[in-house]
Design a protein around this ligand. Structure first.
Ligand code: FES
Length: 146
């Protein structure tokens, strides 16, 4: 069996929503200290809907595919739905990632959440900090610090 699914290869070769958004309503940048990959997500939010989303990823193929899929999963969705995006949903939508690449999908989730947090803060909106907690307890399913 191939190491990477066709969907991973497709989103790696033809990533969706690459770029930046001028005057974004929320920006989230995250990085993984060990592998050095960096991901930046830009959100345009209108009437509580993710009207547009773009990303820049300097990283591995799985990180690019994960960012691409994560942006596709939240585009056009209500903010509350984007907030509930999980790295597992990204992995499933990509038809799986090798275990040692699951942390790449975590980076995508974190970038989206950080951009949403930025949006909340810029607008002085109240939010539940728990929704933005790190993956402190995910050691059993993935090692996103690996
Ligand atoms: Fe670190 Fe992919 S190897 S994000």
């Amino acid at each position: 069996m191939a190491l990477y699914s066709e969907k991973v290869m497709d989103h790696f070769r033809n990533p969706r929503n690459v770029g930046i958004i001028e005057n974004a309503d929320g920006i989230g940048e995250v990085g993984n200290a060990k592998c050095g990959d960096i991901m930046k997500v830009y959100l345009k939010i209108e009437d509580d809907i993710i009207a547009d989303v773009k990303f820049e990823t300097f990283g591995c193929g799985s990180a690019i595919a994960s960012s691409s899929m994560a942006t596709e999963l939240i585009k056009g969705k209500p903010v509350s739905e984007a907030l509930s995006l999980t790295n597992q949903a990204v992995v499933e939508a990509l038809d799986g990632l090798p275990v040692h690449k699951v942390h790449c999908s975590v980076l995508a989730e974190e970038a989206v959440k950080k951009a949403l947090l930025d949006y909340y803060k810029r607008n002085g909106m109240t939010y539940d900090p728990q929704q933005f907690e790190d993956h402190e307890n995910c050691g059993s399913c993935c090692d996103h610090n690996a």
